[in-house]
Design a protein around this ligand. Sequence first.
Ligand code: ZN
Length: 130
Amino acid sequence: MALYCPLCQRLYENERKCPKCLFYRLREITPGDPVLLGKYDYMRAEILKGLLAEAEIPFNATGGVAGAFGMSTALRLDEISIFVPFGALEKANELSDSLYIDEEALPPEDESDGNDGTPFESDGDFADKE
Ligand SMILES: [Zn+2]
C-alpha cells in the first residue's frame, strides 16, 4: 500500500516516514491529493499543461526554483514539476508518456539530404533496419 507525504506530494511504496523531508505522518492517499506526475523541461511542461487542460485534469506546476537548501543550484533550473490529483494520475501518465512517444515516433525524414557541412549528426542509432 502506497503512503503519501502531504508535504512533498509524493507517494512512497515501502516507507513509513518520508525519506525526503522526514515528515512522519505519511498517510493513505486520497483521489484529491496532488502527486508528482513528473519533471519536465520547459517545452514539454507547456505541452503537457495543454494536454492536461484539454483532458480537464487540474494540475499544479512548479519550477525554475533552486533548491531551498542551496543543494540543487547546479541542477537545471528549467526543470518544471507537475502535480496532478492522484485520482487523475493514470490518465495524466498516459498524456505524459505521449510526449515522449511522439518524439520517437516521428516519421523518418527523407534520408537524401545533402550532408555537406552539417555540424552535428542526428543522434544516430535509431535502428530502422530490421
Ligand atoms: Zn515528504
